[in-house]
Design a protein around this ligand. Structure first.
Ligand SMILES: Nc1ncnc2c1ncn2[C@@H]1O[C@H](COP(=O)(O)OP(=O)(O)OP(=O)(O)O)[C@@H](O)[C@H]1O
Ligand SMILES: [Mg+2]
Length: 248
C-alpha cells in the first residue's frame, strides 16, 4: 500500500559540519489492513519518520510511494488517504471548542457543510465507544483517554486508509492504554484501514501489531512479523529491550 525506500532525514547541527541523522536509510512496506508498530527509545527518529510518511516533512533522500491502484473509500463526504494523531491531545485540540466541532474540523476544512458534518459527529463518537453526551462537552470536561478517543474520532472523519498514531497512549495508565489498543484493533477491522502505531513500549504490541520495526539512532535495527521478532529477536538491541521490559 505504502512503500518507504531508503528514506533519510538529516538536519544540520549547531556546530559547523555537524549533522543529525534523525532518520537514516529506512525502508519498510505498509500493507492494507495491517497494524505496523514502530518501536524505539526517545530521539530514535520515530516522529520524524511519521512526519515524512504523512508529508509534513520532506526527506533529504529516498522515496515514499503509495500504490497507484488504491481505491479511495466510497463515501458521500470528503476522504483523505492518511491522518495523524499526536501524543498530546491538549496541543492538537482547541480548548474553547466543543467536541462536536473538534471531531468535524477536518470535514469542515474540506468545505463540507457544518450541519451535514454534525450529522456524522454522533456516529464518529460511537466508533470510538463514546456516547452522544460528549458532543456538547469541552476538552477540559474529558479525561486523557477520552480526549485521545476524540482525536481518533476526528481522524476517522476522513475515512483514512492509514492512521498514524504517534505515542497516543504514552500518557495513559496501563488499563486505559490496553483499552485504546483494543479499540484500534477493532477499528482496523471495521474501518478496513492500516495503522502505523508508534510507541517506545515493545511489551505492549504482542497480539496487536502484525509487523514491527525496532529503531535506534534513525536506523531500523530489526523488522519482521511481530511474533517472530518478540520470540526470536535477532538484533542485540531488540533483545536488550525485551529483557528490560521483562523486569518492569
Ligand atoms: N527540526 C529538527 N532540527 C534538528 N534536529 C531535529 C529536528 N527534529 C528532530 N530532530 C532530532 O532528530 C532526532 C529524532 O527525533 P524524533 O523526534 O524523531 O525522535 P522520537 O523517536 O520521536 O523521540 P520521542 O520518543 O522522544 O518522541 C533527535 O535527535 C532530534 O533531536
Ligand atoms: Mg516522537
Amino acid at each position: 500500500m505504502l512503500r518507504v525506500e531508503e528514506v533519510s532525514k538529516h538536519y544540520a547541527g549547531s556546530e559547523k559540519g555537524q549533522i543529525t541523522k534523525a532518520v537514516d536509510k529506512v525502508s519498510l512496506t505498509l500493507h492494507p489492513n495491517e497494524i505496523f508498530a514502530l518501536i524505539g527509545e526517545s530521539g530514535s527518529g520515530k516522529s520524524t519518520l511519521a512526519e515524512l510518511i504523512v508529508g509534513l516533512q520532506q526527506p533529504t533522500s529516498g522515496l515514499i510511494t503509495w500504490a497507484n491502484n488504491l481505491q479511495a473509500p466510497k463515501k458521500d463526504r470528503p476522504t483523505s488517504r492518511i491522518q495523524l494523531v499526536f501524543q498530546n491531545p491538549d496541543r492538537s485540540m482547541n480548548p474553547y471548542w466543543r467536541v462536536k466541532d473538534i471531531i468535524t474540523e477536518p470535514l469542515r476544512l474540506s468545505r463540507y457543510p457544518k450541519k451535514k458534518a454534525y450529522v456524522h459527529a454522533e456516529e464518529l463518537l460511537a466508533k470510538v465507544k463514546l456516547s452522544a453526551d460528549f458532543l456538547e462537552r469541552y476538552p477540559a470536561e474529558c479525561s486523557g483517554g477520552q480526549k485521545q478517543r476524540i482525536a481518533v474520532a476526528r481522524a476517522l472523519s476522513m475515512s483514512p486508509l492509514l492512521l498514524v498514531a504517534d505515542e497516543i497512549t504514552s500518557a495513559l495508565d496501563p488499563t486505559i492504554e490496553d483499552e485504546m489498543l483494543q479499540l484500534l484493533l477493532s477499528l482496523k477491522r471495521s474501518e478496513g484501514m492500516s495503522i502505523l502505531y508508534i510507541t517506545h513500549r515493545l511489551e505492549t504490541i504482542s497480539g496487536f501489531a502484525d509487523q514491527v520495526a525496532v529503531m535506534k539512532d534513525g536506523v531500523i535495527q530489526e523488522l519482521g512479523d511481530t511474533r517472530t521478532v518478540l520470540t526470536e529477536p535477532k538484533s542485540e538491541y531488540t533483545k536488550a529491550l525485551l529483557n528490560a521490559a521483562a523486569y518492569k
